[in-house]
Design a protein. Structure first.
Length: 425
């Protein structure tokens, strides 16, 4: 098989990249072993937020004090499986170090803002071209609620950082929240509305629809697993797959949590870990739920009304890619959902677990590979892979097509990890 560009992985990132390349008239092969838009990918089961304000990394200064709790409470909102600690210790160390000062967090926020600033609009535009406008609500706004103003103080640091990078929001009192969210528990009496943000109405269908659009433009799919790269004189000549070789001059690594192995083959060792997350979804078009997607501060969960029902998503579990899901975590989410939306019958909620592909600093890896010219990295989006996919797809396509990327990418380079390792040595 021959192509101009091979895209490895058909999650949100690979799908957006394939669309951008196909729209340029390039010959694209999309390599993906699973069904497109299906539940094996993180892009299927996320909370569907197009949160252009998600610029604060998961770790913040002082969070290391909570490490003993993460190990002791296997069902806490963030937990590390003790048996997996030896394998994750290096990543965890970098995770804590990356955000150890306010200045470091502010720098991360500036990078993420440059990636996400107009994400809802970018999604609306690509969805319109793909005939998927019904799946994107770029103007819904997103809401954050707390029990009262005092409870908000625990999260105030992140909002200060957001303010510094130009994010705006409207403060809400109990009456305003009740008027805007009639189905929400009255326990939540203080909130913010971030008007610039939006959401997707069905992330799995969105990814599948984007891939179908790329195919209408001429992209081809190869049901296979990418295994490695072929090169001549340091330049890419092809991608080896479980179904033979794809001869190509450029390839984009967008294989989610499994991207690290491929990146290493292309010359970059990237610390990539799964932040395992869960959801429960109560299916039904007319079930009660939030009119505006909502993050509930004390429970650290997001509740979003989707086209197919109401979803409650959250939790971070560091336990590796291969361990079986701990469905007691989903049961915790189900209980949260029942209390957040009291009128909702949650007994038949469907459960899911997926892998956020996470770098320790919360910044994705977007850029050219160090070892093989023609290989482009587009992975490591952690908590922001759906919202970040629209611009990442553009950037990956620009790099693969030899164009100048539309934003400065130095802070997203895989080489930042090599530099830090060298500095520490
Ligand atoms: C509970 C939860 C809630 C979330 N909420 C949000 C949210 O509200 N907003 C947001 O922006 N983000 C959210 N995220 C994060 C977001 O879902 C991910 O960052 C994003 O889906 C990652 O997309 P991806 O394309 O990199 O990976 P994936 O969607 O995992 O896709 C990777 C694809 O690569 C394929 N693949 C793997 N190995 C190979 C190989 N060797 N060859 C070929 N193909 C391969 C896989 O089969 C898969 O289809 C959430 C995540 C979770 C778990």
């Amino acid at each position: 098989m021959k192509a101009d560009v091979a895209v490895i992985g058909a999650g949100a990132i690979g799908a957006q990249t394939a669309v951008q390349l196909a729209e340029r008239g390039l010959d694209v092969v999309l390599i993906e072993p699973g069904s497109v838009g299906a539940d094996h990918a993180a892009s299927y089961g996320n909370a569907a937020w197009l949160s252009s304000h998600s610029v604060v990394p998961p770790a913040t200064p002082g969070v290391w004090k909570q490490l003993p709790g993460w190990l002791a409470d296997p069902l806490g909102p963030l937990a590390v499986r003790p048996t997996y600690l030896p394998r994750s210790a290096g990543w965890l160390w970098r995770y804590l170090a990356a955000a150890s000062t306010e200045a470091k967090v502010a720098a991360i926020a500036r990078h993420l803002r440059s990636l996400l600033i107009d994400a809802p609009r970018l999604h609306a535009e690509v969805a319109e071209r793909a005939g998927l406008s019904h799946l994107i609500d770029a103007t819904s706004g997103l809401m954050h609620v707390w029990r009262d103003r005092e409870a908000f103080q625990g999260d105030a640091f992140g909002w200060k950082i957001r303010r510094e990078v130009g994010i705006d929001w409207r403060e809400l009192d109990a009456d305003e929240i009740a008027a805007m969210q009639p189905d929400l528990s009255r326990d939540y009496r203080y909130g913010f509305l971030v008007a610039e943000a939006g959401h997707c109405r069905n992330p799995g269908a969105y990814v599948a629809g984007l891939v179908a659009y790329a195919e209408r433009l001429g992209a081809r799919r190869l049901e296979a697993r990418a295994l490695g790269f072929m090169q001549a004189g340091g330049r890419l000549t092809g991608v080896e797959t479980s179904q033979g070789t794809v001869a190509c001059g450029a390839a984009v690594i967008a294989a989610g949590v499994r991207s690290g192995v491929l990146a290493a083959l292309a010359g970059d060792r990237v610390p990539l870990e799964s932040e395992r997350g869960y959801h429960v979804t109560v299916e039904g078009e007319d079930v009660p739920g939030p009119a505006i997607p909502v993050m509930v501060g004390d429970r650290k969960v997001i509740v979003t009304k989707l086209a197919q029902g109401v979803r409650c998503a959250g939790q971070v579990e560091i336990g590796g890619i291969d361990a079986a899901p701990n469905w007691r975590r989903a049961e915790i989410l189900r209980k949260h959902l029942a209390e957040i939306v009291p009128a909702l019958d949650t007994k038949d909620a469907k459960v899911w677990m997926g892998h956020r592909p996470s770098t320790p600093d919360g910044i994705p890896v977007i850029g050219t590979a160090s070892g093989i010219a023609g290989v482009v990295h587009a992975f490591g989006h952690g908590h922001i892979g759906l919202v970040g996919s629209a611009r990442t797809g553009r950037l990956a396509a620009q790099l693969a097509a030899g164009e100048t990327p539309e934003i400065e990418l130095a802070g997203f380079s895989a080489r930042r990890f090599a530099r830090r390792a060298a500095e520490a040595a």
